[in-house]
Design a protein around this ligand. Structure first.
Ligand SMILES: [Zn+2]
Length: 322
């Protein structure tokens, strides 16, 4: 699955190409890719044709495009009733790609949905959803008011609206409206282990297994640390570390372990991560090595996956919670 930085790379890439453009025509080439749209292909197409893509918004790993009725103004100059009510939701899954292509580029082998956009100088005409393994998909959903009145997520022109499917998840560490106070209050109330809390999308969204391990390593905290014993400064440290790891990945153009993942322009994502913990079982801890200490990263079973820690600089707590 793409991690948050990869989805953010897609958002940034996509928004410059599609924002403010009208969707003139939609071809659904494989119904399986719109299976989450309960009302079927006819309704899916009917909702999209003639709509203007107002923006591309992301919260956690959720990505959506709010849609404006073309008769109600444009994205840059919405008319009085030009507030978007619905959005096109995109789940990339394991292998989903959003590509901008010129009309004369032959169809990709796994092309599932094609959008023909209103022409614009120097911009490709088509947005294509390509998905080899069909775990991803597209559907139209309602926009609902955010529960805190803040923006729905990261966007070019933020509105206090959020795609219904994303309304239950907390803000992610890259969201300017993220409230540390709220996060810390909720964290202290959870009687759980720190990594389990970091992976809890209701507490903070967008942190997957890899980024959790890296954030814990950077902040020198063990994954089993009971959250109700976490001091404010420690919580700030681990959250700041999660943000830093994500920003580093973003600066590198997004990262992914999945060779099927490509970014919105079709170029391969950045693969060579500088990981310190994740996937480094049995290898020396970089920080300890720099201090002349011999310590090997260890791997523990955790929630059907793995956790990677340095036994020296991330000591296991007493009464740890897994
Ligand atoms: Zn270490």
């Amino acid at each position: 699955m793409p991690e948050l930085p990869e989805v953010e790379v897609v958002r940034r890439g996509l928004v410059s190409w599609v924002r403010g453009r009208i969707i003139e025509r939609v071809d659904v080439l494989d119904d399986r890719s719109i299976r989450r749209h309960a009302l079927g292909a006819g309704d899916f197409v009917g909702n999209l044709e003639g709509a203007i893509v107002a923006d591309v918004v992301r919260r956690g790993k959720f990505l959506w495009m709010p849609l404006l009725d073309a008769t109600a103004g444009t994205a840059d100059e919405p008319s009085g009733n030009g507030r978007p009510a619905v959005a096109l939701m995109a789940h990339l899954g394991m292998s989903g790609q959003l590509l901008m292509q010129d009309a004369d580029v032959p169809d990709e082998k796994h092309l599932k949905v094609r959008f023909r956009l209103g022409s614009r100088d120097g911009m490709p005409e088509q947005l294509r959803f390509v998905d080899q393994r069909i775990f991803g998909g597209l559907f139209v959903t309602s926009l609902v008011p955010t529960d805190d009145g803040g923006p729905g997520g990261l966007a070019e022109s933020p509105l206090p609206l959020i795609a219904e499917e994303a309304a239950h998840i907390a803000r992610d560490p890259l969201d300017p409206a993220f409230s540390f106070d709220l996060f810390y209050r909720r964290l202290r109330k959870r009687k759980t282990g720190l990594k389990r809390a970091l992976l809890d999308q209701g507490l903070v969204s967008g942190i997957g297994n890899i980024y959790a391990d890296e954030a814990l390593w950077r902040s020198r905290l063990h994954f089993a640390r009971p959250t109700d014993t976490l001091r404010r400064a420690e919580a700030e440290r681990v959250l700041g570390s999660a943000r830093d790891v994500m920003l580093d990945a973003l600066a590198a153009g997004g990262t992914s372990f999945d060779s099927l993942y490509v970014n919105v322009n079709g170029a391969s994502g950045y693969f060579d991560r500088s990981l310190n913990a994740y996937g480094r079982e049995g290898q020396p801890c970089h920080r300890c090595a720099a201090a002349g200490i011999h310590a090997l990263i260890r791997r523990d079973q955790f929630m059907n996956r793995s956790s990677h820690t340095c036994p020296v600089c991330q000591p296991r707590p007493r009464n740890g919670r897994w």
